[in-house]
Design a protein around this ligand. Structure first.
Ligand code: NAI
Ligand code: MG
Length: 399
């Protein structure tokens, strides 16, 4: 069966890196059709909708997406950039990637953070007697992707029924007389089903890929009901996976521990915001945003994307300088998702070989400031880095 992948470059460097991933997918012999879909800032400013219906329809039909990045701006700035004829008509900006996750119930977010040996950005640890060691980090963050503090249920100046409901809670007493315009409230929504599904997905992955532990990173001592539910459901999910350790850490302490001994963690689970933070922190130990890939997986639809944004300051550089690896590794995750594991591994092996060889490196890997000068200082261009990956690619011979 020839698959169709909906490609959504989006904004800024999303338009730079996505075509690089397509070069690699083609070179590795993945047979697919690609259909372009609009998303992002231009759609907002010209149509008042950053996630147009035509894009939603394409995802509904083909169920597989590859996404670059979008530009988001705060409410007022977003409204100011709306085309004049669209202003004052009740259009409100929302993040199309968050909307896509919710619309298609892409509730499982997978963010692998693995060391590529030889990457100068890898975390190192000072040894007591002098010298350094470079622990091998192999952590996979499972972030609940549709609930939590990103549920979108927020009010500035909560309406009377909401205020009344809040006032029914004893802990609201200190806030009861705060004027509406001085009060913003957001809801941290956790459902039992959502908490169970993310934990179960984590255990399944741990067993399939041979990880010994699943660590739930929450804050149940303070967020008793919401984090408490995340932990309870993880205990239930573990019942079918007795060989895998279930550990619990507090998210704040976890952020400290992970820079101490990151190699001790395997699969990690967290609610939406905590998982977002946790995965960026782990990504920082294995090369940063230029290496951070992810998958948003639902029961029917799955969309793969680098976790970085649109980096608008680099969007117009010619030649482009940004690192395409996060995008290329996201494409490899797409291959895993459709059962093309040999091709996915071939891509990761080629990336590993290029990183290890160290001859072709974008500015981030050289710890240079970004900008056009990076190329003059010896950084590779985006295209050159992809070229190197293609040169190292060993296309698997499949029966
Ligand atoms: P960003 O991820 O675009 O950039 C942060 C820093 O990392 C910048 O210094 C950038 O130059 C660098 N960087 C990012 N990707 C890189 C790559 N592939 N290679 C080398 N360096 C890279 O985040 P920022 O600046 O906070 O946001 C820019 C825009 O992107 C905003 O409008 C934001 O809302 C949006 N954004 C979108 C996301 C998405 O589409 N999923 C995620 C995060 C931010
Ligand atoms: Mg993030």
């Amino acid at each position: 069966m020839r698959r169709t992948v909906v490609t959504m470059p989006g904004d800024g460097i999303g338009k730079v890196v996505l075509p690089q991933a397509l070069r690699v997918l083609e070179a590795v012999g993945f047979e697919a059709n690609y259909v372009h879909a609009d998303i992002g800032w231009d759609c907002w400013t010209h149509e008042g909708n950053p996630l147009p219906d035509r894009t939603v329809q394409l995802l509904k039909e083909h169920k597989l997406g590859l996404f670059g990045a979008i530009t988001s701006k705060p409410k007022r700035e977003a409204e100011a950039e709306l085309a004049p004829q669209l202003r004052g008509q009740g259009f409100t900006y929302f993040s199309p990637i968050v909307a896509m996750r919710q619309l298609f119930d892409l509730d499982i977010c997978i963010r692998p953070c693995r060391t590529f040996p030889g990457n100068p950005l890898n975390f190192v640890r000072r040894q007591p007697g002098g010298g350094f060691e470079e622990p091998f980090v192999d952590a996979v963050v499972f972030r609940q992707n549709t609930e939590g503090l990103y549920s979108g249920i927020e009010w500035l100046d909560p309406p009377p029924p909401v205020r009344a409901a809040l006032a029914s809670h004893a802990k609201f007493k200190p806030f009861v007389n705060i004027p509406g315009e001085d009060l913003a409230v957001g809801c941290r929504v956790i459902t039992r089903a959502g908490a169970f599904r993310i934990a179960l997905a984590a255990f399944r992955y741990a067993r399939k890929h041979g990880y010994g532990s699943v660590t739930v990173c929450e804050k149940p001592n303070v967020l008793r009901d919401t984090s408490g539910m995340m932990e309870d459901e993880a205990r239930k999910a573990r019942e079918s996976y007795p060989e895998i350790d279930l550990r619990f850490t507090n998210i704040d302490a976890q952020m400290m521990w992970l820079t101490k001994d990151p190699e001790k963690y395997g699969v990690l689970v967290a609610s939406n915001l905590f998982g977002d933070i946790l995965s960026d922190a782990f990504a920082g130990l294995v090369g940063g945003l230029g290496f951070a890939c992810s998958g948003n997986v639902g029961a029917e639809v799955a969309v793969f994307e680098p976790t970085h944004g649109s980096a608008p300051k680099y969007e117009h550089l010619d030649p482009p300088i940004v690192n395409p690896i996060a995008m290329i590794l996201s494409a490899a995750m797409l291959l895993d998702h459709v059962g093309e594991n040999a091709r996915a591994n071939a891509i990761r092996d080629a990336v590993a070989a290029v990183v290890k060889e160290g001859k072709v490196r974008t500015y981030d890997m050289l710890r240079m400031p970004g900008g056009a000068e990076a190329i003059k200082r010896g950084a590779a261009t985006t295209t050159q880095l992809t070229d190197a990956i293609l040169q190292h690619l060993r296309v698997p011979v499949l029966a």
